[in-house]
Design a protein around this ligand. Structure first.
Ligand code: 5GP
Length: 203
């Protein structure tokens, strides 16, 4: 059982498409209380099995561009010809009510969050090898060969951003990756700065 905090922790998780982030996130959310997964907005088409409002909020380009113009997004990026973005209001409300917020976003968006929210935790997930990433993308069987090639190319560019992150998690086995993220979140919770409200009684 976790104690409710004054302010939630913003957690940014990045990693190449196909690394298994969604599975790791689903497992993490099932194990941990008081954490909210930010459902992003995207203009890409839903994959088989994906549900509107659960995996993503699926919108068209006109609506996405309206949200950009209205300043409704904390960050957004264009990734393999589609927009992806995070709703500012939803995450602010959660953080202010003491709930941790997890963002699954790519590296350009993460860079924007880094400049706007320096207290966020930045975690990058990698596969055990590049070959394994390619195997996972093929096994997923949801994208054309062209799209997979684009995603692999993009992954190489994304890996160059790893030095800007705080933690590197290896998703060999899901349970191992989840345990590493749990450890990072627990360590962050123990920071003196995050325990100020407890400290007052010892003053
Ligand atoms: P996919 O199409 O495989 O679901 O996601 C493609 C990439 O977009 C992933 O790297 C994912 O982390 C990223 N992504 C998902 N939502 C957002 C978002 O709100 N903002 C940004 N910048 N990237 C996102």
């Amino acid at each position: 059982m976790q104690r409710k905090k004054d302010k939630g922790q913003l957690i940014v998780l990045s990693g190449p498409s196909g690394v298994g982030k969604s599975t790791v996130i689903a497992e993490l959310l099932s194990q941990r209380d008081n954490i909210y997964f930010s459902v992003s907005y995207t203009t890409r088409q839903p994959r088989v099995g994906e549900q509107d409002g659960i995996n993503y909020n699926f919108v068209d380009r006109a609506e996405f561009e309206r949200m950009i113009a209205a300043g409704e997004l904390l960050e957004y990026a264009e990734y393999v010809n589609n927009y992806y973005g995070t709703s500012l209001k939803t995450i602010q409300d959660k953080l202010n009510s003491g709930v941790d917020v997890l963002l699954d976003i790519e590296v350009q968006g993460a860079a924007k969050v880094r400049s706007r929210c320096p207290d966020a935790l930045f975690i990058f997930i990698i596969p055990p090898s590049f070959e394994e990433l390619s195997r996972r993308l093929h096994r997923r069987n949801t994208d054309s060969e062209d799209v997979i090639a684009g995603r692999l190319e993009k992954a190489r560019v994304e890996f160059r951003e790893i030095p800007n992150y705080d933690y590197l998690v290896i998703n060999d086995k899901v349970s191992g990756a989840v345990a590493e993220i749990e450890a990072v979140l627990t360590a962050a919770e123990c920071r003196v700065n995050n325990r100020k409200s407890i400290l007052t009684q010892f003053a």
